[in-house]
Design a protein around this ligand. Structure first.
Ligand code: TXA
Ligand code: MG
Length: 325
């Protein structure tokens, strides 16, 4: 049985023994193991049912650890690390040979971040190794933002969730790589494109629109797989919630709304992501609201499209992927 606990020493004990446990971060919970243990890394892929071509993010507690892991740090990467670490930014950098191909899906680059969660930072500082950690959900399903979400996904196959409470940012980190030293945005996330551009200037988003989960070739950042973050219930995304709601009047509908909208459906449940119209608050509530609606066995979830700016853009990215189930 899985144990929910705040005991950092117990977490260290499991990790030192090459076991996989779940850890909290400010974005989502991760499924963590010692990057130097083949046994632990294999167990992460096995637990998540994740294809091996989809690489893992390495979590460190200090930028000093980069020298063990990467060959070089482009200037713009250093600027981004200084601006956002600890925080929800993942940098994809040229890896050293010491980083196993198992972690990187055979790529010559490795994805790295310093998460901004007090329990996990303390844990990382006590360990003699960094932690590889994908989001702690089965491949393709909604990411977990509470310890209970993780326990519901993996009741039997993990010894422990380090319980750090609700994830404050609530969507995954923003991923940036470098192609000939030019920064490229691989995954929209908890740090907005605009915030990134304030530090390093304009950045392009790698277009992954043609990639689907049945693509056999490894995508640049499979976080960009079109089917991802999907609830089991069919979800539709719309600019016009009222018009769409009228098409489903006789059905059990879940509404996933940025702010409150009056609907007339007789059988409906509403999740309002931010009463004050804050994108940040909406992002932090997004996955928990999707989890709740998904448990109600509704006929359909109608989600409101966000304005396509700031974190609204990252939220729309996740909602669009959630329509592809
Ligand atoms: O917020 C987060 O990033 C969370 C927490 C736990 O840190 N982690 C997370 O991991 O979202 P995961 O495995 O669900 O997503 C990692 C993404 C994948 O899309 C993967 O393809 C991409 O990072 N990635 C990892 N290594 C890469 C590399 N070398 N090149 C390009 N993309 C990479
Ligand atoms: Mg994930």
């Amino acid at each position: 049985m899985i144990k929910l606990s705040k005991d950092i020493d117990l977490a260290k004990k499991w990790l030192d023994a090459e076991q996989v446990i779940a850890i909290p971060t400010e974005t989502v919970y991760g499924l963590a193991g010692n990057i130097y243990s083949e046994k632990a890394i294999n167990a992460i892929f096995e637990t998540k049912k994740r294809p091996f071509y989809n690489p893992l993010i390495v979590h460190i507690h200090s930028a000093n650890q980069l020298t063990d892991l990467v060959e070089e740090l482009p200037e713009k990467a250093a600027q981004l690390a200084a601006a956002f670490w600890p925080g929800s930014l993942t940098l994809v950098l040229k890896k050293k040979d010491s980083v196993s191909n198992l972690i990187t899906g055979g790529k010559d680059t490795v994805a790295i971040r310093i998460p901004n969660h007090p329990l996990t930072l303390e844990l990382l500082a006590k360990l003699d190794f960094p932690l590889a950690a994908p989001s702690a959900n089965p491949f393709g399903s909604i990411s977990p933002t509470t310890a209970q979400h993780v326990a519901d996904y993996f009741p039997e196959c993990l010894p422990m969730v380090l319980d750090g409470g609700d994830c404050t940012n609530g969507i995954e980190s923003t991923i940036i790589g470098f192609e000939n030293d030019v920064p490229v945005l691989y995954r929209l996330g908890a740090i907005s494109k605009e915030e990134i551009e304030q530090v390093i200037g304009p950045i392009s988003i790698k277009n992954h629109s043609k990639i689907t989960s049945s693509t056999t070739e490894a995508p640049e950042a499979p976080g960009m797989l079109t089917k991802h973050y999907a609830p089991k219930t069919k979800l539709i995304l719309t600019d016009d919630v009222i018009a769409t709601s009228k098409k489903y009047e006789l059905q059990q509908v879940g509404f996933l709304l940025f702010q409150d909208i009056e609907v007339t459906n007789s059988s409906s449940t509403k999740e309002i992501l931010s009463n004050i119209g804050s994108y940040k608050e909406a992002a932090s509530n997004l996955y928990a609201a999707m989890h709740r609606l998904d448990q109600l066995h509704l006929d359909i979830i109608i989600a409101q499209k966000f304005p396509d700016i700031d974190l609204g853009k990252s939220i729309n990215d996740r909602l669009e992927r959630a329509t592809k189930n």
